[in-house]
Design a protein around this ligand. Structure first.
Ligand SMILES: [Zn+2]
Length: 129
């Protein structure tokens, strides 16, 4: 019997700096954040998998007006990372300066990292690999 993956558990993995996605046992699709069923085949037999954290940058934007957690740090980049396992994650880009955008290129390899907000909460981030 497999435990149904929840968003709460997903968040707990992030707080523990141990990022996990869910994997569909029927077709192998990797999904994050978790949903009740596989977006690819509709399967409901899902399990947690640890992902490599390796991916490529597919899109990015600059955040000027930040959430309170990161107000002091704006402006900064937020991007979409295409993980090698096949799922896409939206997260902050670390070690890249919006005042020097020439260093940011679509398709550049990125590596999962974490950052802590003012509240002490841990968030996903990605830095150049
Ligand atoms: Zn599936």
């Amino acid at each position: 019997m497999s435990e149904k993956p929840t968003v709460e558990q997903y968040q707990k993995y992030i707080q523990d700096r141990d990022f996990h996605a869910i994997k569909c046992k029927s077709c192998g699709a990797v999904i994050a954040p978790p949903k009740g069923m596989c977006y690819s085949c509709g399967g409901r037999d899902l399990e947690w998998v640890k992902v490599s954290g390796n991916g490529k940058l597919v899109s990015f934007t600059v955040i000027h007006v930040a959430a309170e957690e990161f107000q002091d740090e704006a402006p900064y980049f937020v991007g979409i990372i295409d993980l090698e396992e096949g799922t896409r994650i939206t997260a902050r880009l670390l070690d890249l300066d919006p005042n020097d955008p020439s260093k940011v290129q679509l398709g550049m390899p990125m590596k999962l990292d974490y950052q802590t907000g003012k509240s002490g909460r841990v968030y996903l981030g990605f830095r150049p690999a």
